[in-house]
Design a protein around this ligand. Structure first.
Ligand code: FE2
Ligand code: FE2
Length: 295
């Protein structure tokens, strides 16, 4: 029974769906409903808070190992390496689906976010579901399947670490991790191309890469929004980057949060073009690439 369901309730249904194929499918249906206005209320302000799972439902068929024990993925020169890389991307996308619905369910009501916040992350969630579905299908075309290889859950570990603070969640997951994806994807794409797998290269280049830029942009946009709201200043100025002083403050806050919640320096080289397209310049991330010896 889902009549009158709010978006937060819908998000919880996705988080509580264990099968990733079903998770992506349900997410896509619910995203369409929201974007078409068939689900029209993000949450009822008077309703008691729902419990958002610490860890979304997941099948147990994917063997999890610690990130340091992950087998080497290789450089896409062999079929085995191509399967390993696509497998790891499929796993990342499965977590990206959960991360998008989690930010909606966990923070949307708690932080009284405006409708546009829900619109943006519903679109991100729908994209991530599409990436998962397309890459999982490609993995099967390559003669493997999701669950055939081990994976690690580093992305969710940082989701847990940022589960109490929307600034931290936006900065670490949606700016640092998403942007790291932008840094490494062009190399991955050329490796597939050099390895003779144009189909995977095209999928990553034409579908995944441009959409990941918009995800990063959503992180930057809502981080700026939160900064501006917490200062009670004009949202417009900060969101349009129209005020240098405020921008400096926003970037300072970003550095503070990333240093507090992200272990270690950011790893160059950075994809400056894609990062710029997402709305953040080198002043946001370059100071974070240097180890801070004072800590
Ligand atoms: Fe994605
Ligand atoms: Fe993404």
């Amino acid at each position: 029974m889902t009549d009158g369901e709010t978006l937060v309730e819908a998000a919880l249904r996705v988080l509580n769906t264990a099968d990733p194929v079903e998770k992506a499918k349900l997410g896509d249906e619910l995203a369409n409903k929201w974007l078409q206005g068939l689900i029209s209320v993000p949450y009822h302000p008077s309703q008691a808070d729902f419990i958002v799972p610490d860890r979304p439902a997941r099948l147990t068929n994917v063997k999890l190992v610690s990130p340091s024990l992950m087998p080497k993925l290789g450089k896409a020169g062999s079929l085995q390496s191509r399967q390993a890389i696509v497998h790891s991307l499929v796993h990342t996308e499965s977590w990206a689906i959960d991360l998008s619905w989690d930010i909606i369910a966990r923070f949307g009501k708690q932080e009284s976010m405006p409708k546009e916040f829900f619109d943006d992350f519903v679109r991100v969630a729908q994209d991530e579901g599409r990436h998962f579905t397309l890459l999982a299908a490609r993995l099967e075309e390559l003669g493997s399947f999701y669950g055939a290889l081990p994976a690690h859950d580093g992305l969710w570990d940082s989701a847990v670490a940022t589960s109490k603070d929307l600034f931290a969640r936006l900065a670490v997951e949606h700016c640092v991790h998403e942007a790291r994806g932008l840094d490494v994807l062009p190399t991955t794409i050329s490796r597939f191309r050099n390895g003779g797998d144009d189909q995977t290269a095209e999928l990553l280049e034409k579908v995944v890469y441009p959409e990941e830029i918009t995800h990063c942009a959503a992180g930057v946009k809502w981080f700026k929004y939160l900064c501006s709201r917490s200062k009670n200043t004009s949202v417009g100025n900060v969101m349009e980057n129209g005020d240098d002083k405020e921008s400096e403050e926003v970037i300072g806050k970003f550095h503070e949060i990333v240093r507090a919640y992200f272990r270690g320096p950011l790893k160059p080289p950075f994809n400056e073009v894609a990062r710029k397209a997402a709305g953040f310049g080198p002043q946001w991330y370059e100071p974070l690439a240097v180890k801070d010896f004072t800590r």
